[in-house]
Structure formats: structure tokens, C-alpha cells
Write a protein that binds this ligand. Structure first.
Ligand code: ATP
Length: 291
């Protein structure tokens, strides 16, 4: 039996723009994505000789009944695609996911797990897939998976399949707030088709500020065209932004199609102080830094 332990970092959308609708029905996106230290951890055992087993639990070891532990789980699907693509026989696989990334948050929790399984299996099997085919396999699994395989900071285009790594040395500090409700991604895309955004991201300007370590001006450049649509559906998103700004965030924004909102802080101490003062209500609150 071969085993490996892999981390599955969450992602934040520092920018998200929709450029149009493609002939294949997907939306053409332009995003700046950032992997962060909030992560699931995954233990993979291959060649177990038994039937496929997948366990999803919280860090205290409690099962998570809302997350499917069968072929509907993206980690399971990623493993199937890996064995199909490589032709390596599946001689028994056990996957244990310790989940810290909240689901239905826009933090790519499921995609991060799928990407970690693809990376982990590829490493366990002696790297049969080079980065490009591994990324293409990820795209078959889900739009955010190619970025999650690469991690770090990246400009992501297409429906998520075109990932260009971006060098960003200064570490960024975030507080992530996840309200108890989720937001329908399909509803946001549908609303975006008939809505012209009042403001669109300037990703290059944001990158210039981040590279200079200028969190104050970077905060003003965060932009997600989904956010005004989400605020219309759930005014609580706007209230969480206000709360983060009142706690000293340089900028605050919803990630992806929500419902999590993050604040960008000037340093770890400011972020950790804000994190403590925002905890205690119905929202889940996390400190995270860029990885
Ligand atoms: P994204 O940012 O990619 O839109 P998300 O934060 O909206 O992701 P996920 O955490 O990926 O959402 O979960 C969405 C749904 O996917 C869950 O409600 C769950 O039913 C399903 N799912 C499948 N596999 C997983 C997994 N490994 N972890 C979490 N959810 C999963």
C-alpha cells in the first residue's frame, strides 16, 4: 500500500470579470486568483486491495453529512478520471478528507480537494502526467480545478482552464467571513447576462499595488462583478463588507459566486485582531494568508 498526505488550499478571487458568453455556453472569465492558508487536508492510500472508501470529516473527526462521500464527491471523480486517463489500474483507493474550507462559499472547496487528489495520485504513481495534461484533466473535473492544481497567485481566463502564474512576493493577510447561507451560482450567472456592471476590475492596477506591498490602495482595486448582484439577493453580503471595513480592512469583497466575503489587511496583527472581533456570531470567521 502507498500513502500520501496533501493539502488543498482554498482560493480567493481578488478580481472577477465576465467578458461574455461563449458559443459552448460557458462564460468567458478574467480573474486574479489567490491560494490561501485555509485548507483541507487529504490522506490518500492507494493499492489497498479493497473497495473505494471516501471519508469527509471536520477537524474534530465528526462526519459531514452534507458533503457526499461517494461518486458525487469531486475528489472521487478526480480519482476516476486519473485512472482512466493514465490507464493505471485502480487496485483499491482510500481517501480521507479533513474539511476546513466551508462549502458553497466561492472558496473552491470541492475543486481544491479534486486538485489535491490529482496531484497526490500523480505523485504516488511516479508522475505519469506532466503539468499540462494534469491541468487538462483538472479542467474535465471542474472549472476551478486547473488553478487549484497550480496554486499560488494566477491570472485565470477562459472558463478557468487558462492559468498564468503571477509572481507576487509580499504575503497578503485576509479575514474570510462565511455566512450561513449559500448563493446559487446559476442565479448569479443568469442575472449577469442582463446586467451591465457599473464597475469592472483593473487587475493590472491591483497587481501593481500588491507588488509594492500597498494594501491600502490594493483594497480599493478589489472587484468582483458578481458582488452587486449577490448584494441584491442577500443584503447581508454588504453588511459583512461593512463589518470588515469597520474592523480595519483595506478593502473587502465577495469571492467567486459567494457567499464568503474576505477583507484584505495591512498585516497579520491587524487581520488577527479583526478576526477575533468578528467571531462569536452566526458567521464562520477565518484568518488566512496567501500561499
Ligand atoms: P466554488 O468556489 O468552486 O464555486 P463552492 O465554495 O461554491 O465552490 P464547494 O465547496 O465546492 O462550493 O461545494 C459545493 C457543493 O459541491 C457542496 O455542497 C457539495 O455537495 C459538493 N461537493 C462535492 N465534492 C465536494 C468536496 N470534496 N468538498 C465539498 N463539497 C463537495
Amino acid at each position: 500500500m502507498k500513502t500520501i498526505r496533501v493539502l488543498a488550499p482554498a482560493k480567493l478571487n481578488l478580481t472577477l470579470d465576465i467578458l461574455g458568453l461563449r458559443p459552448d455556453g460557458y462564460h468567458e472569465l478574467d480573474m486574479l486568483m489567490q491560494a490561501v492558508s485555509l485548507c483541507d487536508s487529504i490522506e490518500i492510500a492507494a493499492d489497498t486491495g479493497g473497495a473505494r472508501a471516501l471519508i469527509c470529516e471536520d477537524p474534530a473527526g465528526n462526519p459531514l453529512p452534507d458533503i457526499p462521500a461517494d461518486e458525487r464527491n469531486l475528489a472521487w471523480r478526480a480519482a476516476d478520471l486519473f485512472f482512466q486517463k493514465t490507464g493505471i489500474p485502480d487496485s483499491g483507493l482510500s481517501i480521507r478528507i479533513v474539511k476546513r474550507i466551508p462549502a458553497q462559499a466561492g472558496l473552491a472547496g470541492g475543486s481544491a480537494d479534486a486538485a489535491a487528489v490529482l496531484r497526490g495520485l500523480n505523485a504516488l504513481c511516479g508522475k505519469p502526467l506532466r503539468p499540462k495534461p494534469l491541468s487538462e484533466l483538472g479542467a474535465d473535473c471542474g472549472s476551478d480545478v486547473p488553478f487549484c492544481i497550480r496554486g499560488g497567485t494566477a491570472r485565470v481566463r477562459g472558463r478557468g482552464e487558462r492559468v498564468r502564474p503571477v509572481r507576487l512576493d509580499p504575503v497578503q493577510h485576509y479575514v474570510i467571513v462565511k455566512p450561513p447561507f449559500g448563493i446559487s451560482t446559476a442565479a448569479l450567472y443568469a442575472a449577469s447576462d442582463t446586467h451591465v456592471p457599473a464597475r469592472r476590475p483593473d487587475t493590472d492596477a491591483l497587481l501593481r499595488c500588491l507588488r509594492q506591498g500597498d494594501a491600502e490602495n490594493a483594497g480599493a482595486q478589489l472587484c468582483n462583478v458578481f458582488e452587486p448582484l449577490a448584494v441584491q439577493l442577500h443584503p447581508e453580503i454588504g453588511q459583512i463588507k461593512e463589518a470588515l471595513l469597520a474592523c480595519g480592512a483595506c478593502g473587502a469583497q465577495m469571492t467567486g459566486s459567494g457567499s464568503a466575503v474576505f477583507g484584505l489587511f495591512s498585516g497579520p496583527d491587524a487581520a488577527k485582531r479583526a478576526c477575533e472581533s468578528l467571531k462569536g456570531g452566526e458567521n464562520a470567521v477565518f484568518y488566512a494568508h496567501s500561499v
